[in-house]
Ligand binder design. Structure first.
Ligand SMILES: [Zn+2]
Length: 401
């Protein structure tokens, strides 16, 4: 298993100079390679391998105007080409968007593999820098002097703070004890999560407050003049507000995902596209856009680590509109409707709880492997087969409360 430890770093002025130069070179290698790769694909219809980009990098280092590329460690440059190659492969496989050019603004990072750093007695030495780099180790349970990382990432965030991340291979942890509990999660409109056993996990108040603060700073930034000193200051304030939102969000997501993984052996969750559709309007985009993606990633690795089963239910499965008691499918259910009564079996439903129950049922069907590609289809089939005619749909009783 792979684990990462992220710490605040305090490089000295010489190290800062070298790292900034490295970031510049990483950016140049990335952008120039991406440009050439796109041109080649557009004109010749050919994709470019990692080996070809690495050969090009070597050629650039030998040329007069790009010889400065050899002043920094070659490892972060090769790593960035590897990342770009993976990003392109993901794009062609339909898993991701096309990689973007890197900007000098915002987060900068450099990846160092084993040949480009040395770790001895808890001291970190990076290639082409003198002296160990200072950082604050806050993982009391992990013995720093025995740490043997396979990779180091040094990053300068948009708010000018430095971080170093140590990637370590560790033995697989013991799976968590079996609970005999299964759970379905609905990404609520009002709450962050509603579980199939009726638990509601609200969006934390502090997060909304911090998000409003971020939005305020962003509006102020938008009103400043390009190139002005005020703009520089406003940008820094936005970066700080961003960090605070991010920290509060991650803290909340970590605690929530851990709690869920501890509580159940089987977890069913909806695909993300749905989450985006029913996004809470009260929350600033800054949180909700990324929160679900991060949450799912946390659930995935924590479930894997704990030996739990996590099932993602198809994005087209109508979890809100299906009656979890009889399987009847409503034609329409407005976003503002919090409660409804099934026209067939007369069960009164809470919108989100009903959806969570359906997600659990659909997840179990997926796990049993009896639903084919349309997840949850069998859940709908459980109820009486009803012709979905126009009259039928109009007769659906949906009550507001
Ligand atoms: Zn029903």
């Amino acid at each position: 298993m792979r684990t990462a430890y992220r710490c605040r770093a305090y490089p000295d002025p010489d190290q800062i100079a070298m790292l900034n130069r490295t970031f510049g070179c990483v950016r140049l290698a990335w952008n120039k390679t991406l440009a050439e790769r796109s041109t080649r694909y557009r004109t010749e219809g050919k994709s470019t391998s990692y080996r070809e980009t690495d050969a090009a990098l070597t050629a650039w280092k030998r040329s007069d105007d790009l010889s400065f590329l050899s002043e920094v460690s070659c490892v972060p440059l090769q790593q960035t080409l590897r990342h770009q190659y993976t990003a392109c492969r993901n794009f062609f496989a339909g898993r991701a968007k096309f990689p973007r050019f890197k900007s000098r603004n915002g987060r900068q990072s450099a990846h160092f593999t084993r040949s480009a750093f040395r770790m001895r007695a808890g001291e970190l030495h990076l290639a082409k820098t003198t002296g160990p780099m200072r950082f604050v180790w806050s993982f009391d349970r992990v013995n720093l002097s025995g740490l043997a990382p396979t990779m180091i990432v040094v990053a300068r965030e948009a708010d000018q703070r430095w971080y170093v991340t140590f990637t370590v291979d560790t033995s697989d942890p013991e799976p968590l004890p079996v609970t005999g509990h299964m759970i379905g999660l609905d990404l609520g409109v009002k709450d962050f999560i509603v579980t199939s056993d009726g638990q509601r996990i609200a969006n934390p108040r502090c997060l909304e407050r911090k998000a409003r603060n971020l939005a305020r700073h962003q509006r102020r930034l938008a009103r400043t003049q390009r190139g002005s000193n005020n703009r520089v200051k406003a940008k820094r304030r936005v970066a700080v507000a961003h960090r605070k939102v991010g920290n509060a969000r991650r803290d909340f997501l970590h605690r929530t995902s851990s709690r869920i993984v501890r509580s159940a052996d089987f977890i069913a969750i909806e695909d993300l596209a749905v989450a985006n559709m029913v996004r809470s309007r009260r929350m600033a985009r800054a949180i909700s856009d990324v929160a679900w993606g991060e949450f799912r990633a946390m659930l995935e690795y924590k479930a894997h680590r704990a030996g739990r089963t996590l099932v993602v239910v198809d994005r087209w499965y109508p979890s809100s509109k299906t009656c979890s008691a009889c399987g009847h499918l409503l034609a329409e259910l407005g976003l503002s409707i919090r409660h409804w009564t099934c026209p067939i079996c007369r069960t009164r439903h809470d919108r989100d709880l009903n959806a969570a129950k359906n997600i659990l049922a659909a997840g179990r069907a997926v796990a049993r492997g009896d639903s084919g590609d349309a997840c949850g289809a069998d859940v709908r089939r459980r109820g009486p087969a009803l012709p979905r005619s126009a009259e039928k749909q109009e007769s659906c009783v949906v009550r507001h409360t």
